[in-house]
Design a protein around this ligand. Sequence first.
Ligand code: ATP
Length: 361
Amino acid sequence: MTDPAVLELREVHKRFGATAAVDGLSLAIQPGEVFTLLGPSGCGKSTTLRMVAGLEEPDSGEVFLDGKLIASTRSCLPPERRNVGMVFQSYAIWPHMTVFENVAFPLQLRGASKASIRERVDNVLELVGLGGLGSRGATDLSGGQQQRVALARAIVYEPKLLLLDEPLSNLDARLREHMRVELRSLQQRLGIAVLFVTHDQAEAMVLSDRIAVMSAGRIEQVGTPAALYERPATPFVRDFLGRVLTLPLIVSSEDCAEVVGETGVRVELPRGAPAPLRGGRALLACRPEDVYVEPHALPGLNRLAATVETAAYLGEHIEYGVRTAGGQLLLVISPRRQRFDLGAAVSVRVDTSGATLWSGE
Ligand code: ATP
């Protein structure tokens, strides 16, 4: 028999007045997995998390923790009786307590002995890199350290599941990138399952085993970061995760299409994509790393003639705005060492093997 999911939601709904905040959501998180809800502001991520925590009750549907029903229309287990740890955007650590007291608090609530509290708090502080700082006032710490206190407090009683609601968003950009990796490494050492909420796609991709992309209270697609990026199921997922460059096409054969508005430009269709019928319209969506600016303007197969209109130096690479002969403006990234002058005649080459094909848009 396979282990039950650590967390399972079945057809969960939650309305606030006229707003369907969560609209028939189902998911299952496996042991040791980091599962992320990713989506724009207001799509229902936090409401979902709050229903798992017990801070909101679902209007309908069921929530199971470790195979046990913890929320349904009939009954809801209060938050303190759900074995889940939580870290929020505002770390909500207690300013008048020391680091040790903050982390010890959940154990005291659960009636642990003094000796066991000392041992477990010391262990967990060591684990999050705060060993020796137990007697510090909780607010005499940097933002990153306070975030670790909140994390230590959430995991000290060894919950089945850790809920993280944008826990890194109050940190500055550099520390946030560092903490992402730290958090991932800590999670892997602990082997704890995590439900993570963020609107930051880079953060989601670094931390997650699987991501559910949400829009308007519903899940659009669930998959690994690579599957979502390379094989998006909907235009929303395609455009939300990373950048895309799109070209309108008219399909001319089973494996080839003409680019609309660009004289003499054809592209190979990606293999395996169900192409629309001959003569049908479609949209080719390419990731920026599959598009190249090259120093000769020769339109042809997978190649558009263009002129450089703008150049932005971004350090890692240069972003060129190029105007195609047919008048489309494309934003293309190029290695820093390859420079083009404004007004230069170039061609834009597209490697379509990793592109996706969309009809009906
Ligand atoms: P954010 O990233 O901004 O936190 P979110 O994806 O977490 O957004 P939710 O906070 O779950 O979204 O909100 C989903 C929808 O439900 C939004 O339209 C929001 O305005 C609404 N909503 C959430 N909580 C309440 C509430 N307590 N009362 C009324 N409406 C609410």
